[in-house]
Write a protein that binds this ligand. Sequence first.
Ligand code: NAD
Length: 709
Amino acid sequence: MKTDYRTIKVELNQGVATLKLNNPPVNQLSKPFVEEIKDALINAFRDDGVKAVILTGTEKNFIAGADITEIQQFKEKNDILPFVMENNKLLNSIEQGPKPVIAALNGNCLGGGLEIAMACHYRIAAQGIQVGQPEVQIGLIPGAGGTQRLPRLVGLPDGLTMIATGQPISAEEGLKKGCIDEVVVPGSLLEKALEAAQGFISGKLNHKERMTRLRKDKLPNFLMKKGIISFAKNEAEKKGKGYIAPFKAIEAMERGLSDDFDADLKIEAELFSDCAVSDVAKNLIGIFLNTRAAGRLPRIKGIEPQKIKTVAMLGGGTMGSGIVNLLLSNGFHAILWDINDEAIQKGVSAIRKTYDFPIKKGKMTQEQLDRMLKERLITTTSLEELGRSDLIIEAVLEDMKIKQGIWKQLEGICRLEVIFGTNTSALPITEMASVLKDPGRMIGLHFFNPAERMQLLEIICGKKTSDQTLATSVAFGRAIRKVPIVVNDGPGFYVSRQLGALLGESTFMVGEGVDAALIEEAILDFGLPMGPATLGDLTGLDINYHVIKNFERNLGERWAISPIYELVYQTGCYGRKTGAGWFDYSGEKPVPNPKVEEVIKKYLKEIGIKPQKVSHKEIVDRMLARAINEAALMIEEGICDRPQDMDLAVIYGLGYPPYRGGILRYADAWGVRNVYEHLSKLEQQYGVRFKPAPLLKEMAESGRTFYGS
Ligand code: NAD
């Protein structure tokens, strides 16, 4: 039997050929890897000494899905179809092959991995691994029979849920549902797989009878199918606005699952191809790949990050408590410092509260939480005790003098290489670091509220932040499972300034007679989770007011606050925390705040403006034009230089709809020249706020795009 493969180790034992897949780092299905699997299977099938085959992976990986960069290259549906059908051929040759094939799932079995496993005749899994079809998360559907084989094994309702949401399940759940035949302790996986193989060889099991394509016992009858599909469509409508794949996945099961399995596969391949060439899939695949690459900057290439074990947290308030949750949940030792015992007590109960959700969901027990706090959390009111930390994160009051005072003291206490990370929302990092003998050790670590849940970590370099400090901060960001986006110091850094530019136009429009409720609607319709008024009420109109004033001071006339914002601010209605802002929260449901409505009415009357009707598109185009322009200005100013990271930041930090790919992807799709022309028109109408950035002018003239080709 042929054994010399680059990515497969072949072993023959008691008539059973074990094919150990080993294509580092995660056994991803790429073209050359699939070719080797095909060849190894053909050889095993041809060899008379082989009576059964075991397919398994190496270390923690079985097969982690397909190499999506291969799919990304296809532009036309007709080009992708033959590629998909070719993969189906391989799976069919396993399923309908001459010998039993056992999938021994040593690690997570997702996407193409599960599809291959389902084409095998027996699936045996190590405890605790995950199985699933997560393709919809990158805008695709399973393309190698997943939509047709999974429902045959687990039934249509579970198949629909797993495929249309993309959420994986544990092997144990898979056993209950039917896509896994046996779950065993990891150490005995291969031994048990051999036993299963012997079951086939002895005739106890029959692989011809165990072909998934033949299974019908779990499929519903015509009427039941109609009901189940209609329910799934309703669910998808509720959650899947803007997406394509969940609907295509449902369609594949609606039109498929027939008596003609090969025809079903063709339907799936067509629908897969529709998804693969869609802009939505391209955007989602881009986000997936860019997320993996976030923080991998040339500037820190080759720099070994420092080892971080113990992290000190200054302040256990709203942000500090969430950050301590992150530290403990990701295996770090934490020292919580606060100003007095009362603040410490408040902090510790706030930390405990951040675990309410996982405890309620059964992901953690109260005892586990108690033990974790006892073993890995220390509290203190003495800065001296922070001397043994490897990293200090500060989230105390937003006051430059207070923060600088603490850092100066810590400089005398901590080892020289200890990094100082500040979670300030807006104070300049360079200025904060200026009190230190070594300003290179200071960096901005900007978490978003709630810190334990928001995926973005905005990392801000001051003028003198060292490469070593940056490299360690990026590695730390990954270790606490955040998406680290690196930017340079400047007013509002990147994210707050981008948000201000995106939503700031809304109050100007209100001042021209556009209904605030219509703006909320247009923005929700566009796909953002909240309209500007709702978001303003949540963060506090007073806080936002000071943020804009800060921009006005530092960035000039372009950022002058709108007359309406000024008037609404003066009502003293600052949002939810005062019971009313744009909305009044005193009743059961928020309603427009009459006080604010009155102020707007009076203003419009005084300057003689009538209510005006505008379309959602006009609203969105105007807000996005300003946002794109600000992004271009920030690139010019050197705040940020990687469009893909800027887009990740708005997706993970501001809830910008992922299927739209980000603000700069949107600009490219709109056409930079069109954006530039739209801005020029708006500038004539409304003035300097819309003055196009020189970079946009240059791009419009040269035809350059943000993402390049
Ligand atoms: P908070 O009011 O909830 O907590 C403030 C912390 O500072 C408390 O632990 C308090 O005991 C401590 N403190 C009070 N007086 C102090 C003093 N004189 N010296 C030292 N510490 C003192 O505030 P927060 O919302 O957690 O914000 C903390 C930092 O994080 C601020 O810099 C803020 O700008 C920033 N931030 C906040 C958010 C947010 O949404 N809340 C988001 C990002 C960044």
